[in-house]
Write a protein that binds this ligand. Structure first.
Ligand code: NAD
Ligand code: G3P
Length: 418
C-alpha cells in the first residue's frame, strides 16, 4: 500500500489511518494486515490497482524505499523530464531549462518536454517550439532556452529521466499515468506534481501527488503557489511552495526551480500544498461571479475569507496530516488565493459568465485559446464528493459555486447561504 495514499484516501467510514497507525505503517510493523483489511481494497475500488495483491506488493516496496530515502547515496546528476507544455508547463520549462545550466553538477543539461501534439497553421507545435524556441500557442512572446526539447512521444520524453515534473490540467493525469506505466524504471525515479485539482471517485478523494505515486510507484512531491504563469515567465518576483515527502527531495526540487526572482519554500505537507492549489480555484470562480456582478472589493474580500476557511476545513476534515499553517503562512495558501482571485483564468471566465450568460465550456474556448479552466470542474468534483459523504451543507460557498455553474442558480445568490 502506498503510504501516501494512507494519508489521503478516505472511506465512507472516515479517515483510514490514525496518526499512530500511520506511523506504525510507515515503519512497516502493521503493514500487511492493515493494508489487507482496508487500504488495498480502497486502491482497487478507486481503480489504481487491479488487485489487492498488487496494491500490497507496491506498498511493501514503498515502505522499503522510504526507509532508505534520506540516506545519501551517490551524487549522479538528475535527468529532468517535463510532462506538459501548457501555459504553466511552458513557463516552468523556461525556468528549469535555465536552472539546469546554472547547476551543471546536479542536473543534466537536456530538458525534454512532452507536448500533446497539435497543428498551428499547418505546422506541428513541437516543430515550432524546437525551431523557434517559443510555445506560440500557450506562452507566446517568451523564449524557451535551447536545451528544452519538445517531444510528442511520451515514452521518448521520459526515457532515462530520474525526476519527472507533472504539469498538465488535472483531467489528463490518470490517462497519462496509465500510458507511463512500465515506461519508467521501478526504482530511483522521483516526481513532483504542479497540478491544481483533485481526483474524486464516489466517497473517495485523492490529491494528484498520491495518484501519481500510486500509479507509477514513485515518490511524488507537490509544488503550488501564487504563480500566474505569464508573470513568472516574465521574471516578475514570485514565491512558491514545495511540499515534500522526503526532505532530500524537497531540497533537490528547490534547487531546480529557485532563482533570484522565483523563491521556493519547502515544507513537509504535500497534501496541504496540493489542496490549497485545487480548492482556491473554486473560490476564484466565486470571486469572478462577484466581479461580474460589479460588487466591488469588500464583497470579494469576504468571499475570499470565507473561501479560505472552507478550503482549510475541507482539507483538515478529509485528509490526514495537513498542516493548518500552510493555509496562512505559505505562498500555496493565502497568497495563491489572492493572486488567483484577482488575476486568474477562473476569475476571468466566471466574470464573463455573469456578464454574457454564455456557458463555461464556450467561454473556455473563446477566452482561453486552448488553456483549461480547472475551477468549474473542481467545483463539480468537490460537490459530488461532499454529496457522497453527506457533507454538502457544511461548505456553503463550495455548494453555491456548484449550483450557479451547474444548476442555473442566479449568480447574485453567491452569498445567500454564507
Ligand atoms: N497557467 C497558470 O498560470 C498556472 C499556474 C500554476 C499552476 N497551474 C496548474 O498547472 C496545471 C497545468 O496548467 P497549464 O496552464 O500548464 O495548462 P493549460 O491550461 O495551458 O492547458 C493546456 C494544456 O493541455 C494540453 N492538452 C490538451 N488536451 C490534452 C490531452 N488530451 N492530453 C494531454 N494534454 C492535453 C495542451 O496541449 C496544453 O499543453 C493545471 O493544473 C493548472 O491549474 C497553472
Ligand atoms: O489562472 P488560474 O485561475 O488557473 O490560476 C493560475 C494559478 O493557479 C495562480 O497561481
Amino acid at each position: 500500500m502506498q503510504a501516501s495514499l494512507a494519508r489521503s484516501l478516505q472511506t465512507s467510514r472516515g479517515p483510514l489511518l490514525t496518526h499512530r497507525t500511520r506511523t506504525a505503517t510507515l515503519s512497516g510493523h502493521c503493514y500487511h494486515s492493515r493494508a489487507r483489511q482496508t487500504l488495498a481494497p480502497t486502491l482497487v475500488t478507486m481503480g489504481y490497482r487491479s488487485s489487492a495483491r498488487e496494491a500490497i506488493s507496491d506498498a511493501y516496496h514503498t515502505v522499503r524505499r522510504r526507509r532508505h530515502a534520506d540516506t545519501p547515496r551517490h551524487h549522479a546528476k538528475e535527468k529532468i523530464a517535463i510532462i506538459g507544455s501548457g501555459n504553466w508547463g511552458s513557463a516552468i520549462a523556461m525556468l528549469v531549462g535555465q536552472n539546469v545550466l546554472t547547476h551543471p553538477d546536479s542536473f543534466d543539461d537536456h530538458v525534454p518536454m512532452y507536448v500533446h501534439e497539435e497543428e498551428i497553421n499547418g505546422r506541428k507545435l513541437t516543430e515550432i517550439i524546437n525551431e523557434e524556441h517559443e510555445n506560440v500557442k500557450y506562452l507566446p512572446g517568451i523564449k524557451l532556452p535551447d536545451n528544452v526539447q519538445a517531444i510528442p512521444d511520451l515514452a521518448e520524453a521520459v526515457d532515462g529521466a530520474t525526476a519527472l515534473i507533472f504539469v498538465l490540467p488535472h483531467q489528463f493525469i490518470p490517462s497519462i499515468c496509465r500510458d507511463l506505466r512500465g515506461k519508467i524504471p521501478k526504482h530511483g525515479v522521483k516526481a513532483i506534481s504542479l497540478i491544481k485539482g483533485v481526483d474524486v471517485k464516489g466517497t473517495n478523494i485523492a490529491i494528484f501527488a498520491d495518484v501519481i505515486e500510486s500509479l507509477l510507484n514513485v515518490s511524488c512531491s507537490a509544488l503550488s503557489g501564487a504563480n500566474i504563469a505569464d508573470e513568472v515567465a516574465k521574471g516578475a518576483f514570485s514565491e512558491t511552495t514545495v511540499g515534500y515527502r522526503r526532505k532530500v527531495d524537497g531540497v533537490m526540487w528547490q534547487k531546480l526551480f529557485q532563482n533570484e526572482n522565483f523563491h521556493v519554500q519547502i515544507i513537509d505537507d504535500v497534501a496541504g500544498v496540493s489542496l490549497c492549489g485545487a480548492l482556491k480555484n473554486v473560490v476564484a470562480v466565486a470571486a469572478g461571479f462577484s466581479d461580474g456582478l460589479g460588487w466591488g472589493n469588500n464583497s470579494k474580500a469576504a468571499i475570499m475569507r470565507i473561501g479560505l476557511l472552507e478550503m482549510k476545513k475541507f482539507s483538515m476534515e478529509f485528509f490526514q496530516g495537513v498542516r493548518p499553517e500552510t493555509f496562512v503562512q505559505e505562498s500555496a495558501g493565502v497568497a495563491d488565493l489572492i493572486t488567483t482571485c484577482f488575476g486568474g483564468r477562473n476569475r476571468k471566465c466566471a466574470e464573463a459568465y455573469v456578464k454574457t450568460g454564455k456557458p463555461f465550456d464556450v467561454l473556455e474556448k473563446q477566452l482561453l485559446n486552448g488553456q483549461k479552466l480547472q475551477g468549474v470542474e473542481t467545483a463539480r468534483e468537490v460537490h459530488n464528493f461532499l454529496q457522497a459523504r453527506g457533507r454538502v451543507d457544511e461548505y456553503p460557498l463550495f455548494r453555491t459555486v456548484y449550483e450557479i455553474a451547474y444548476k442555473s442558480l442566479e449568480p447574485s445568490k453567491i452569498t445567500a447561504k454564507l
